[in-house]
Design a protein around this ligand. Structure first.
Ligand code: SF4
Ligand code: SF4
Length: 320
């Protein structure tokens, strides 16, 4: 791809606008009426595994076009009535939606009565990045690598495709489903109090579903590490939790357990991580500066960095 083509490739601009401002998110598909076909937790797991394994979107492009972006997913289920979702209104902010609020919005759009709270579940999924992508970025010290930049863009496009395709397939089976970040009020912005946040945090949903816990860099450390992307959808199905949630929100972080790590802080080129935590404001400003570099050096329109998520003890596993 030439530099000109890369600059005017609409996918990057569109993806950044959707991810941060919620614009251009897909509309809810028509919900089939009548009896639903057999859709349960096994169906949901099989769907996600098959999609990651078989869909052509799970690929890097240009010089890396033979390489997949993601490895096999990790999947967790959580009840829509889990009290932690109400707690998130205090921990993250009152603007963060509960699964019941997501379903209320989806039901209103469909012109149907909202399902009862007991009939609402959330499926959360972690898509771990390939070894090649994580290791490529681990070699960098100032800016994210070319593979990492591509994975940041095409991996996000793939994640949204996965969520939208699942919502469509569920609608065909007469099961209402919606993604919290496809709602019209979705915005990533600085909120009074918590600072940078959004009304639907896939990472917090993954924590609720028992998929991992947060590191000093605010990424989620799962059994496959922190080099991944998270997704989640709310469904009108009574899902049973399949994992045990960690008792502390930093349980998997070595610094929390031993007081002796902070490798992520040493990896950050602008010292945005300290023993007090992650300075989201400084991080965000630095990451935005990567856009021109990604265009001119890596032929993709996207922001990226992820140095603190690679080359660390928690990049691809829970640190011992
Ligand atoms: S590098 Fe160490 S301190 Fe940083 S998030 Fe990972 S385990 Fe925690
Ligand atoms: S904290 Fe932000 S700027 Fe620092 S390494 Fe991590 S992503 Fe990059």
């Amino acid at each position: 791809m030439s530099l000109f083509d890369a600059m005017f490739d609409p996918r990057g601009w569109k993806s950044m606008v959707s991810e941060t401002l919620g614009r251009g998110s897909p509309k809810l598909p028509e919900l089939k009426k009548g009896l639903s076909r057999e859709i349960n937790q096994t169906w949901l797991e099989d769907f996600i595994f098959d999609f990651v394994r078989n869909d052509s979107g799970n690929r890097l492009e240009q010089a890396f076009s033979s390489e997949p972006i993601y490895q096999a997913p990790l999947i967790g289920f959580v009840r829509g009535t889990d009290p932690l979702f109400q707690e998130y209104k205090k921990i993250i902010g009152p603007f963060h939606h509960t699964p019941l609020e997501v379903m209320a919005w989806a039901s209103e759009v469909q012109g149907i009565a909202a399902p009862s709270p007991e009939q609402i579940g959330v499926v959360s999924f972690i898509l771990p990045l390939s070894d090649a992508i994580a290791k490529d970025n681990a070699r960098e010290t100032e800016w994210g690598s070319a593979r990492w930049g591509q994975a940041r863009l095409f991996g996000e496009i793939f994640m949204r495709k996965l969520m939208q395709t699942m919502i469509i397939q569920l609608a065909k089976g007469a099961v209402l489903a919606a993604a919290g970040d496809f709602m019209p009020d979705f915005r990533k912005k600085k909120y009074p109090g918590p600072g940078w946040a959004s009304p639907w945090s896939h990472r917090h949903i993954a924590f609720a579903a028992g998929l991992g816990s947060f590191g000093m860099h605010d990424a989620l450390i799962t059994e496959k590490g922190d080099a991944h992307r998270c997704g989640s959808i709310v469904v009108a199905l009574p899902l049973t939790p399949n994992r045990t949630r960690l008792l502390h929100y930093r349980h998997n972080c070595k610094q929390h357990r031993t007081g002796d790590c902070l490798v992520c802080a040493k990896r950050c080129p602008i010292n945005a991580i300290t023993e007090k935590g992650h300075n989201k404001d400084a991080c965000s400003k630095y990451v935005m500066k990567s856009i021109p570099r990604n265009i001119f050096r890596n032929n993709v329109v996207i922001y990226s960095c992820g140095l603190c998520m690679t080359g660390t003890p928690c990049a691809q596993k829970i640190p011992v």
